[in-house]
Design a protein. Structure first.
Length: 486
């Protein structure tokens, strides 16, 4: 999508459509020069309550086509709402126009750089429609050019636009990976995609095949991998943007390309959605890609544990005991609690082999997270509360919702095993499910460093389309992690 800023009056725009922001219960002086147009004037007079967030209305005159889009209450507009406002405009016109002039609302809450970033992300994310990827008849996307109209030129607009486009491209790349069906998106396919990114960005990739991971002592990862005939991999992608610094971020992602539940097979309804169980790994790849392309002066490693959880003669069984890379033994009590089992080794790998000083893992880990926070918030489980608070604030700055959950020592008792050091579900069963999962992964830490687990089970994909985004993977967390690193 070609995006550019303009300070020309919106009334002079010659694009196929002119999009105008309408605040709820507020004056619309920003486009007073087009209010003389009878169609707009009459509509707003006759519909004084128009302006609710993301509602739309197309209006046609003799020589102009307008799209009015609600921005909601002016005092409540933030980065996320502005982003999704722009996405609503773009999604509404993807197949109806070649060019668009979008008047941006005047806001006191965001500076020019954040406005440029939010708007460009919104437009780019709205332009990706995974639902059309495999259909034989596709609705043709025609929108290729968007003119962003602002009152006065500021350098920050262009800087924000550049950053937003980089972030959106990375987010969309991760969304595309997560949206692929499991017969295409295998661990081998994912590895090939990582290699492409490594080659493109000149990054060091370290790949442990199953035999190598087994020799290294990653018995937890191997226990899950044993259930699949397709090879599994522990993949690391390393970026040294500040070689003089001893600080190194590690982003760790769950990459279960399909989760059948193993011998404790999942029920049939919604099992098709388990192709998204590799969203954590896909979003880690997107995070590293963003950090590198933005040229951030940090050191970071992305670790992606990629496998399938399948039913097989060699699959892990309830009662099995395996030894993790940290040295702790694990009794497998539930084969569908596999994500934490691969992540415990991945977190240890980040610390022992890559000397990470801060670790964030991301996973579609528990259905309990969806019960607790729906698809509105991502759960945050930090070992140090201030680290979790930093991430939550970073999320607010870029319009993503996170909520810190308790990680006190009382929950440690729930994963203590009778026959091994720890168990991969909690006692009592079904209590504090998401916290228990996080507590299990925490056992992979070999030193006292900041770590947090992000449970994206409720936020990794949309089961229904939104006004600003099509159905499918969301790429959640990528822009927040970049903001946190910044």
């Amino acid at each position: 999508m070609k995006l550019q800023f303009s300070t020309s009056p919106i009334s002079t725009a010659s694009s196929d459509y002119i999009a105008l922001p309408v605040f709820e219960n507020a004056s619309n002086e920003a486009f007073k020069d087009v209010l003389k147009d009878e169609a707009i004037n009459n509509f707003l007079k006759n519909n004084p309550k128009f302006g609710k967030l993301y509602e739309t209305q197309a209006l046609f005159t003799k020589d102009k086509k307008y799209l009015l889009v609600g921005v909601g209450k002016k005092e409540e507009v933030n980065f996320g709402k502005l982003q999704n406002f722009a996405g609503t405009v773009a999604k509404s016109l993807l197949t109806k126009a070649n060019s668009l002039s979008l008047l941006l609302p005047r806001l006191d809450s965001l500076n020019a750089e954040k406005v440029g970033e939010a708007v460009s992300i919104g437009i780019e994310l709205a332009s990706y429609n995974p639902a059309a990827e495999f259909k034989s008849e596709k609705e043709k996307v025609t929108l290729t050019s968007v003119q962003l109209v602002v009152e006065k030129a500021e350098r920050g607009y262009q800087e924000g636009l550049k950053k937003g486009v980089i972030l959106a491209e990375s987010i969309n790349s991760s969304r595309k990976l997560a949206d692929l069906p499991a017969n295409i998106m295998t661990p081998t396919y994912f590895l090939d995609e990582v290699k492409k990114v490594a080659k493109e960005l000149k990054l060091k990739a370290t790949v442990l095949a199953e035999a190598q991971a087994k020799r290294k002592g990653m018995g937890a990862f191997i226990a899950v991998a044993a259930g699949s005939d397709i090879p599994s991999y522990m993949i690391a992608l390393e970026y040294l943007g500040n070689p003089r610094s001893k600080e190194k971020w590690a982003f760790v992602g769950k990459g279960v390309t399909f989760d059948s539940g193993g011998l404790y097979m999942k029920p049939a309804p919604h099992m098709n959605e388990m192709k998204y169980d590799m969203s954590g790994a896909a979003n880690v790849l997107g995070t590293i890609r963003s950090i590198v392309r933005l040229g951030l002066k940090v050191n970071a490693v992305g670790i992606m544990a990629v496998t399938e959880n399948m039913i097989h003669a060699n699959a892990m069984k309830p009662g099995d005991i395996v030894k993790s890379y940290s040295g702790k033994t694990i009794e497998i009590l539930h084969t569908d609690a596999e994500g934490r089992v691969i992540l415990i080794d991945a977190v240890t790998y980040a610390q022992k082999d890559f000397k990470a000083t801060k670790i964030v893992d991301m996973a579609t880990l528990t259905g309990a997270m969806l019960v607790a926070l729906s698809n509105v918030y991502t759960g945050v489980f930090p070992n140090k509360p201030e680290f979790g608070n930093q991430l939550t604030e970073a999320g607010k700055a870029v319009g993503e919702n996170f909520w810190s959950m308790p990680m006190t020592s009382e929950f440690d008792e729930m994963i203590k095993g009778d026959f091994a050091d720890i168990i991969n579900t909690g006692k009592p069963d079904r209590e504090a499910g998401s916290i228990v999962g996080a507590k299990f992964i925490e056992q992979g830490l070999t030193g006292d460093i900041p770590w947090m687990h992000l449970d994206i089970a409720g936020t990794a994909w949309d089961t229904k389309p939104k006004p600003f985004r099509f159905i499918g993977a969301t790429g959640v967390g990528i822009k927040t992690l970049v903001e946190l690193v910044c």
